[in-house]
Design a binder for this molecule. Sequence first.
Ligand code: 16G
Ligand code: MG
Length: 564
Amino acid sequence: MALSSTSAAHAHAVLLNSLTEASNLYPKEEGVTYSYGTAGFRTLGAKLPAAVFRTALLAVLRSKRLEGASIGVMITASHNPEPDNGVKIVDPSGEMLDPTWEQHATALSNCPSTDSLISTFTTLATHLHVDLSQPASIIFARDTRPSGPDLVKALEAGLHAFGDNVKIKDVGVTTTPILHYVVKATNDQSGTYGAPTIEGYMQKMSKAFKELVGIRGPLVPLFVDCANGVGSSAVDTMIPLIEDVLLLRPMNTATGTKGALNDECGADYVKTKQAMPPNLAQLGTLDKPGTTGCSFDGDADRIVFYYVEDATRTFKLLDGDKIATMAAVYFKELLLRTKLTGEEKLSMGVVQTAYANGSSTKYLESRDIPVECVQTGVKHLHHAAKKFDIGIYFEANGHGTVLFSPHAIETLRKASPVTLEAGNAIRHLLNFYELINQAVGDAMSDMLLVEAVLAHKGWGSAEWNAGYQDLPNKLEKVIVPDRNHFVTYDAERRLSHPVGLQELVDIEVGKYEMGRAFVRPSGTEDCVRVYAEAKTKEDVEVLIGNVARLVQEASTGQSMVVAS
Ligand code: 16G
Ligand code: MG
């Protein structure tokens, strides 16, 4: 029965009253400015309660706007140090929040008082055509950070203020990709994606993985550095499900040890330092030939692999580019084997960012695999990958996944294979679809993807690494007075501002064989990042030093004369 206009007005007044009371308990600190960026809000955990409370309000608005579809909220700061925390919203499809709503999150969080918050909230509701009497559904989770429980309280305070027409599901302490999965599966009307629980996800992944490995198992045990973070609980759950084909040996699982999270371990450490975590090195964990390790980041949505080369005893990194290239070459082979033609022929491509090692891009292009370069940040890669039937996207830092289009799944399911080999290839592709998280990159599912491809190829890490040699490269931070003065174009590969700087960088790059460098403002830290690669390590050092110096000079308004 429709509410009469008087009772609707009464319900509205009750809601605003309730929001006001709750908001008064979570005042915004003066002098803090929040900005909803590529990773949501991220700062010191102690500074976040107000932003998390307000994120609850936006998540409810979004769910109501989408007729009660479930929206996710994840409390994590990924690879950041332990005192930091963050919060981000997950859309019903399991993807990142619609970018056009990011500004609303920022606007709500920065309201200086409860009054301005309530008025911004009501303006947004009107402007976004949200019917506040609609039901809403919110699913949330957090990682292992000590500030997590307080932030969950702030979130719940925001959600409870709406009364009982907001359904709340707490997934508990879990990884970011698991939360994305649960949101996607909950909203899946067809009910075919999987059960919307952690167990449902683990069952789905492990079943597909075991079918893919088949008689090729048992595989060589794999060491998994969990960054002393929430990934360790996901690994613990997975161990018994796959131990007959692959033994996982978890390392750095001290989630209860103060200060341990991401400290000298985890994917970010390994990728930035281009070295294995010191404790793994000390223990000689990877000393035995043929042994491979991998590192998750603090919320387990990134992964990199590594091993020690036998002959030289040197550390070899297998990053997101290596995962993307191996997956692309293997999926291309599988697609050929399916013998699907005409309307049934499926497209495949790889999406990278400017950080992709030049050798990886060349390697893909030389195999006629389409490659696209987009801006840094998962949402940009994910969006671009959807253009392909099989869209493989990875950032060099280990964020990524493989997306299968609805057309690809329908085609593969309906196909009548012409040979046994074609049938096997179709079956494998469908199992990879079940194994690989379709909402967002997941360290766990990417780890099993890599293991399954290696098993099919009969390869160890050395054979995987042999595909191409990374060009020596380096990434540096430059602190500048205002990073907003640095404006990029061409997928962040070139600068339009400060005017004249790009020309100077081009001249510098031109001096080195296979040289490449770019400058971009960070989306998560107050700095500018400089990346350089070249044929030799020595050249990289000189090149990055010189480009960083040009950036410093440009930012402080020193000489910007283009030498002729
Ligand atoms: C965020 C992004 C990550 C990107 C990084 C770049 C997501 C979930 N995360 O962590 O993809 O590589 O930012 O950071 O999109 P930067 O802008 O500070 O270099
Ligand atoms: Mg992460």
